[in-house]
Design a protein around this ligand. Structure first.
Ligand SMILES: O=C(O)CCC(=O)C(=O)O
Ligand SMILES: [Fe+2]
Length: 223
């Protein structure tokens, strides 16, 4: 198995890390706009969904239960991402995640048939380490995300590598453990044609259905 490597000089291909994308005062005003909005708790951590709701259980965009429109405080950053050439089209979906110390997100690839080729995430409040793992060959990268930074996943970092945040209260740092505080991330995605996403969901559901030798339809458990 290859050695884990220091992500500072060897980020997963397709990952861009832009420190200080937002100045501290812009971070503070974004965070207060977020905290004035309504949170929901479909998971262990609190989230806000705008533009399109994402159904974590079905791993698809939940077209049947609309989300509030993208608020101005998120839309202005979605526009800036396009203006700076970081996203080709303006994000149609924004998810805000809140992580209290000890909370994380398990390894995943953002839904491929739901979302476009670039996922951008702003970090606010506390920093954290995001872990990237390549399921094929075991390569790993620990990427520290500082408040005010922007992390852009595209190419292999978006489609092949998994990303996660360990559910722990501190992260490894250059000078020892770094305690975590409350971190809030704002993630921007374009949404792929809804018909295509629906077709994917249908094929996922059908792949869980079998007909047994007695002609009975059997639904397989989700792996
Ligand atoms: O919190 C983050 O920076 C990333 C969250 C994430 O991976 C996701 O919402 O899919
Ligand atoms: Fe993700």
């Amino acid at each position: 198995m290859p050695e884990p490597f220091d992500a500072r000089d060897r980020l997963p291909p397709g990952l861009r890390y832009l420190p200080d994308w937002l100045a501290p005062d812009a971070c503070a005003s974004l965070l207060s706009a977020i905290d004035a909005a309504e949170w929901s708790s479909p998971l262990r951590r609190r989230v806000q969904h705008y533009g399109h709701r994402y159904d974590y259980g079905r791993r698809s965009v939940a077209n049947a239960s609309p989300a509030p429109p993208i608020p101005t405080w998120a839309g202005q950053h979605a526009k800036r991402l396009v203006h700076e050439g970081l996203m080709r089209a303006e994000a149609g979906q924004v998810i805000v995640n809140e992580y209290l110390p000890g909370q994380g997100i398990s390894p995943h690839v953002d839904c491929m048939p739901c979302f476009g080729p670039v996922v951008a995430a702003i970090s606010l409040g506390s920093g954290c380490v995001m872990d990237f793992t390549h399921p094929g060959d075991g390569r790993r990268a620990e990427v520290p995300l500082a408040p005010g930074s922007l992390c852009i996943m595209a190419g292999p970092a978006r489609y092949s590598w998994r990303h996660s945040i360990a559910a722990r209260k501190s992260d490894p740092g250059a000078a020892g453990r770094v305690p975590r505080g409350r971190r809030v991330s704002v993630t921007f995605r374009t949404v792929i044609d809804e018909g295509l996403a629906d077709a994917h969901q249908l094929s996922e559901s059908l792949s869980r259905v079998r007909v047994d030798p007695f002609g009975q339809v059997v639904t397989l458990a989700v792996p």
